[in-house]
Design a protein around this ligand. Structure first.
Ligand code: ATP
Length: 271
């Protein structure tokens, strides 16, 4: 478990954090996140990945335990303070009204009373999210993949001029074509690295996790079952997590890639 050995004051610390929906219990989650880490959260559908992300985002109330950001209880942060330190891209990214895309991106910065750089930051964030051509459009007229890019631009804008923050993204690449997936995986990485932001991303694509993240949190049935370095040594745990065998190879750029090969026999799946 690599998250347990974090230094005394990690960027983020979960101590026995638990949430519940009626009798459905998630956690207790215990782990640490250091500044600048890139963490993929993986697991079967319904395992509790988004719930874990919402706990960290302060969007899901705790039944017990605690979450500390910079050593301070998440609940003690004011919303403006929190919004200058962590940004959240939820799985569903609809907005209620027919807003212009610039306004949706600018929503990332509403916590700033004085924001003279806003127009430039909105443009630069849109550029980085491969969405510059979508400025001047109405958000509700965009395709799913276009909306996803505008929402990604919103969280880029939110933490554009911050340092040591935390990006929480839930399936950020799901609605995008393979070319955009590669581009945006790289842009999220360069954006975060330039500012020392940590990234926690819920993903379903194991190759994206292996390619763009240093650490894998595996979630199953409401618990973190493994906390691993990204790489070939994580493959047995990933196979057990999904109940499928992976063939692996190295692509022409030297990256480890996997190909789902077949369903595992029940005896080889995680208990
Ligand atoms: N507000 C809620 N009230 C009741 N049940 C909920 C609520 N939010 C989530 N759940 C349930 O908790 C379980 C975990 O949900 P969660 O969204 O965390 O899963 P996930 O691992 O992100 O799944 P997926 O990969 O399908 O998005 C699901 O069974 C879901 O139906």
């Amino acid at each position: 478990m690599i998250g347990e050995s974090a230094s005394n004051s990690p960027l983020l610390r979960l101590d026995g954090a638990q949430a519940a929906f009626g009798r459905l219990v998630f956690g207790p989650f215990t782990c640490g996140v250091e500044a600048g880490e890139r963490i993929a959260i993986l697991g079967p559908s319904g395992a509790g990945k988004s719930t874990l992300l919402k706990i960290i985002a302060r969007e899901q109330a705790l039944r017990c335990g605690r979450v500390l950001l910079d050593g301070r209880a998440l609940g003690a942060w004011s919303f403006p303070e929190l919004s200058r330190r962590r940004a959240v891209l939820p799985q569903s990214t609809e907005v209620a009204f027919g807003l212009q895309t610039e306004l949706v991106i600018g929503l990332g910065r509403v916590a700033r009373a004085h924001d003279p750089g806003l127009p430039r930051i909105v443009r630069d964030a849109a550029e980085l999210a491969c969405a510059a051509h979508l400025l001047d459009r109405r958000f509700d007229t965009l395709s799913g993949g276009e909306k996803a890019r505008i929402q990604l631009a919103r969280i880029f804008a939110q933490l554009w001029d911050a340092e040591g923050g935390l990006l929480l993204v839930d399936e950020p690449l799901a609605a995008l074509d393979p070319g955009l997936q590669f581009d945006l995986l790289e842009h999220i990485e360069t954006f975060a690295a330039a500012r020392g932001h940590a990234v926690m991303a819920v993903l379903h694509d194991v190759n994206h996790a292996l390619l763009g993240f240093d650490r894998l949190l595996l979630v199953r049935e409401g618990a973190i079952t493994d906390d691993l370095r990204s790489g070939a040594e994580a493959l047995p745990a990933l196979e057990a997590l999904y109940g499928i065998a992976f063939d692996s190879a190295t692509n022409r750029h030297g990256d480890l890639v996997v190909l789902p090969a077949r369903r595992l026999a029940p005896g080889r799946m995680a208990a």
